[in-house]
Design a protein around this ligand. Structure first.
Ligand SMILES: C[S@@+](CC[C@H](N)C(=O)[O-])C[C@H]1O[C@@H](n2cnc3c(N)ncnc32)[C@H](O)[C@@H]1O
Length: 306
């Protein structure tokens, strides 16, 4: 199967990639991106340093042993550096910082949103979900659930549903499990790859992928859509919330900002050039709807045939 509509990155993207191929320049870009982020966090009232220190003080052995599946094999693309962490998502540093990082990154989506930007982004997605899906989903799978921000948010929208959160990082899932204990709620955390979940056929009504696709090479997205198709019941929904490559913000983004962004997001070009609608149709979904839910994000909802 071919990846539909794959286009070549433009001249600016090729130049930026050339810069990032030079290791010392790439490291400098990553360092700068991280420093900018911590500074911005503290400015909008997200206590990055303090929150992370609190999590660092916890003994994670119990949670890690509970969630980690030693049989998991990691695809090569996942073993790269991501978000300025040398070991990508496979380290404690990333797991303990991901929540404060989400609040910081989403603070400037809407003017003056600050720390409310992240909940507002999730709310804008849920508004589209609840308007598009008429029957209440009973079984929900959150693919790429990370430390559970998207999973807990889905649980508040569908409190009666049985919810599973799946991720490839056992460190992220350990934090997710800790948060479940704090919230006294029940979520089934699964350590597996989204391409090959090991979950039974037709076992979900709704699968959600919140900010996951932009972290995937096109071949992985293709495989994950096929797996989602297998896991969904008839008339089930796959809902995807992610960056909107067609938004004016990305089109007008100055090259040096794009350089910083790409230094932390290795598959951005692949995501930006993927024809996601066609890829969903090729995976067996009906033609999806695509709705802008923020100045730079879109929500895609695809249904399985009845
Ligand atoms: C940006 S995070 C998603 C954040 C989360 N959904 C939220 O709303 O905060 C992307 C997540 O996808 C996970 N991931 C990436 N590739 C994966 C794969 N092939 N299988 C399972 N999880 C994967 C990463 O470990 C990471 O936790």
């Amino acid at each position: 199967m071919t990846v539909a509509g794959k286009t070549t990155p433009g001249l600016t993207s090729r130049l930026v990639n050339g810069v990032l191929a030079i290791k010392p320049l790439a490291n400098l870009a990553k360092h700068q991106a991280r420093q900018m982020m911590i500074k911005r966090a503290e400015k909008i009232g997200v206590s990055w340093t303090q929150e992370v220190q609190t999590l660092q003080a916890h003994d994670w052995d119990k949670e890690l042993a509970k969630v980690q599946n030693p049989q998991v094999t990691y695809p090569d693309y996942y073993l790269r550096s991501f978000h300025a962490y040398e070991k990508g998502d496979l380290c404690w540093e990333a797991a303990l910082e991901v929540e404060v990082a989400a609040y910081t990154v989403h603070a400037n989506i809407w003017p003056h949103a600050g720390a409310q930007g992240d909940p507002k982004l999730r709310q804008s997605y849920h508004n589209i979900l609840t308007n598009s899906i008429s029957s209440e989903p009973q079984d929900i799978l959150d693919l790429g659930c990370s430390v559970g921000l998207s999973t807990f948010a889905l649980q508040s929208v569908y409190p009666q549903a049985k919810i599973t959160g799946l991720d490839l990082s056992p460190y992220f899932l350990a934090v997710a499990d800790y948060r479940t204990q704090q919230r006294h709620c029940n979520i089934n955390w699964v350590h597996a790859s989204a391409e090959s979940t090991g979950l039974p056929d037709a076992s979900f009504d709704l699968i959600s992928m919140f900010l996951m696709c932009h972290e995937l090479p096109q071949s992985a997205t293709q495989q994950i859509f096929a797996e989602a198709r297998r896991l969904l019941r008839s008339s089930g929904h796959l809902a995807i919330m992610d960056m909107n490559p067609k938004s004016a913000i990305y089109k007008k983004m100055p090259p040096y900002i794009l350089t910083l962004l790409k230094s932390t997001e290795p598959y951005l070009d692949e995501y930006f050039t993927l024809d996601i609608e066609q890829t969903l149709v090729e995976a067996g979904f009906n033609a999806p709807t695509i709705t802008e839910n923020s100045p730079r994000h879109r929500t895609i909802i695809a249904q399985t045939p009845t």
